[in-house]
Design a protein around this ligand. Structure first.
Ligand SMILES: [Zn+2]
Length: 76
């Protein structure tokens, strides 16, 4: 019985090692998005880069239409 558990552990270790060798390239690069500050439209709640947003007072808006309509009454 101990011998069986020993082999299960060896196989599990081998599978884990095999996966850890194949896995590292599967991680998606997260370079984009970290440098640009993301702001939230106060009207519709969409997130967009700060350089594309329109400032209206203390709030940010995704478009001129939402800037003119102002912040949404219900913020969730
Ligand atoms: Zn908007």
């Amino acid at each position: 019985m101990i011998r069986l558990l020993f082999w299960i552990a060896i196989i599990a270790l081998a599978v884990w090692l095999w996966r850890s060798f194949k896995a590292p390239k599967a991680q998606p690069p997260r370079a984009t998005g970290d440098t640009l500050p993301m702001v939230r439209c106060a009207h519709c709640g969409v997130h967009l880069p700060g350089d594309r947003a329109l400032a209206g007072g203390a709030n940010w808006y995704c478009s001129r239409a939402h800037l003119e309509q102002g912040p949404a009454p219900r913020d969730h």
